[in-house]
Design a protein. Structure first.
Length: 133
């Protein structure tokens, strides 16, 4: 009887530790995902204005995704449900957003390779558009 109680106690302790470790891993994954999305936002904000404009829909999608992931993380839902929802959000939103951003950047690179100047904002020091001074 004591042996069965000790075994049950040991099993409960191991299960609790495993559950705690799983919870910790999930929390780290959530935090890492949100941090990486914020880094993408920061990097995009440092790009030239014409690229920032092209990436605006991507930026809006990232903001919404960060908000939604943060909501999932802070919810009282069971861990498995949180992980399932977060994985679905990443699969359904993050991958397409990153693909869209890559498409914008590839198109910009092709324009540069072809010698097409990106749109620029004129300043008084710029020559007039017709090339005369």
């Amino acid at each position: 009887s004591q042996r069965a109680s000790a075994t049950a106690k040991d099993i409960t302790e191991v299960a609790t530790q495993s559950w705690g470790a799983a919870h910790e891993k999930a929390d780290v994954w959530f935090a890492t995902m949100v941090d990486e999305l914020r880094k993408i936002q920061t990097s995009a904000a440092a790009l030239p204005v014409h690229l920032q404009t092209s990436l605006q829909p991507v930026q809006a999608g990232i903001s919404t995704t960060i908000h939604d992931l943060s909501g999932i993380l802070s919810s009282e839902a069971p861990l498995q449900e949180k992980v399932t929802k977060a994985a679905g959000t990443v699969r359904e939103r993050v991958t397409p957003l990153l693909d869209s951003a890559a498409d914008v950047l590839r198109a910009a690179a092709k324009r540069l390779e072809a010698g097409v100047e990106p749109p620029s904002q004129s300043t008084p020091a710029d020559p007039p558009p017709n090339g005369t001074n």
